[in-house]
Design a protein around this ligand. Structure first.
Ligand code: S3P
Length: 447
């Protein structure tokens, strides 16, 4: 249990931890490449450690070594470097009857399933009580279309999921949802097919798999439709993936909480260093601008194929409500809890629509955000695919994030500006994506 009290004047700069999506992918692609992959800035959170654990069970040698400035210029020896000795595309080993435990991580299950589809053995993936309720039909369907049986053991479309690896067929798949996890699952399985895989999504979801696959030697093309926002990604198999040196930029989804804090806590000026600003992830920055927030983006540079920058936000007393929907949603899907807290402090209404995917995250986030805001005295109306938040004065309340890291972090920030304390009942769940979140928050408060 953690009590968060009202603060003013947050100052300082934070190097937020490595991007979660990119960290997962660095281990996965490293594992199925030829040669060695070295990763700087790997996120050592529970979700990404679950990915490492699964690949170790699949026979991949993954170690943490001291930083090496010959590989990453400027890297100090006390900065850890994650080193993956690639097993090659089909070189994973059957995990000896052991279940592969993805814990709380949807990304681990869905992406790994695509890789397991191309192995010559049967494997079984499972996870914690939250993950065991999340929908896997969205990957089971395309995998079956590729000729790969993926069986939900309980028959409820969730993990435990048994994957009967083999030879995926090349397919043309149209997804109704913009999900990078589903897209990545299909593209990774497509690496094992004997013809091109076409994957169409209604809006472009995060494209880290595509960018990293190209860097490792993969052959992909992206086609945008002219009459809609739909995007088709085509993966041509048959190239050799070669291990690379990967630098992981800071996670904009972790920066989101401090972006919110800097904007709403009176007298604040906060800088987030080296944050990934890939255009498929930067929706929150666009929303902050639309709300009139004081944000500057400096020192834009590339970390491999991923753009990154330093972001400074300043307290903005006149934030105004905005509308968020359509193609913007996939570019900020994980930031909606933090955006909702900003909206609660803005003048007027913020309308969020087209975000039904929030119902199937680590918790039902539409429900969790609405309930938490309401308990803090904010007028919020939940809809089928979003919510309308009318800005007001937050009051303190107990918040039970029900194990959802993003709800815990967003409402900790709400506690910085509420009348009366916010008490977070299971603050330890932040370990899933940001183990040092409360340390970094304290560093800003000058405690
Ligand atoms: C992720 C994709 C998103 C996001 C999740 C990470 C990824 O999920 O919410 O936290 O790394 O591919 P969906 O692809 O299901 O939208």
């Amino acid at each position: 249990m953690l009590t968060i009290r009202n603060r003013t004047g947050l100052h300082g700069s934070i190097a937020v931890p490595g991007d979660k999506s990119i960290s997962h992918r660095s281990v996965m692609l490293g594992a199925i490449s030829e040669g060695t992959t070295r990763v700087r800035g790997f996120l050592k959170s529970a979700d990404c450690l679950a990915t490492i654990d699964c690949f170790r069970k699949l026979g991949v040698d993954i170690r943490e070594l001291p930083g090496d400035p010959k590989i990453f210029p400027g890297m100090a020896a006390d900065e850890p470097m994650t080193v993956i000795r690639g097993a090659g595309l089909r070189g994973l080993r059957a995990p000896d009857g052991v279940l592969l435990d993805a814990k709380n991580s949807g990304t681990t299950v869905r992406l790994l399933s695509g890789i397991l589809a191309g192995q010559n053995f049967i494997s079984c993936l499972t996870g914690d009580s939250s993950l065991r309720k999340r929908p896997m039909g969205r990957i089971i369907r395309p995998l079956e279309y590729m000729g790969i049986m993926a069986a939900s053991e309980a028959g409820n479309g969730c993990v435990p999921l048994r994957i009967f690896g083999g030879h995926p067929r090349p397919i043309r798949y149209e997804s109704r949802i913009a999900s990078a996890q589903v897209k990545s699952c299909v593209l990774l399985a497509g690496l094992y097919a004997d013809g091109p895989t076409f994957y169409t999504e209604p809006y472009l979801s995060r494209n880290h798999t595509e960018l990293m696959l190209s860097a490792f030697g993969g052959n992909l093309k992206v086609r945008k439709k002219t009459d809609s926002d739909a995007v088709t990604t085509i993966l041509y198999p048959g190239t050799v993936l070669t291990g690379q040196n990967v630098t992981v930029p800071g996670d904009i989804s972790s920066a989101a909480y401090f972006l919110a804090a800097g904007l709403i806590v009176p007298g604040s000026a906060v800088t987030l260093k080296n944050v990934g600003i890939n255009e498929t992830r930067d929706g929150m920055l666009r929303v902050i601008r639309a709300m009139g927030g004081d944000v500057s983006i400096l020192n834009i540079h590339m970390e491999g194929r991923e753009p990154a920058a330093d972001i400074t936000v300043r307290y903005t007393p006149e934030l105004r409500g905005t509308e968020i929907g359509g193609s913007l949603i996939p570019a900020l899907i994980d930031e909606i809890p933090a955006i909702a807290v900003i909206a609660a402090c803005a003048k007027g209404r913020t309308v969020i629509r087209d975000a039904a995917e929030l119902k199937v995250k680590e918790t039902n986030r539409l429900e969790a955000i609405s309930a938490a805001l309401a308990s803090m005295g904010i007028d919020v109306e939940e809809s089928d695919d979003g919510m309308t938040i009318t800005g007001g004065r937050l009051r303190g309340a107990p918040i039970d994030p029900k194990g959802d890291h993003r709800i815990a972090m967003a409402f900790s920030i709400a506690g910085l500006v509420s009348r009366g304390p916010v008490v977070i009942t299971d603050e330890g769940c932040v370990d899933v994506s940001y183990p040092d979140f409360y340390r970094d928050l304290r560093s800003l408060s000058g405690e």
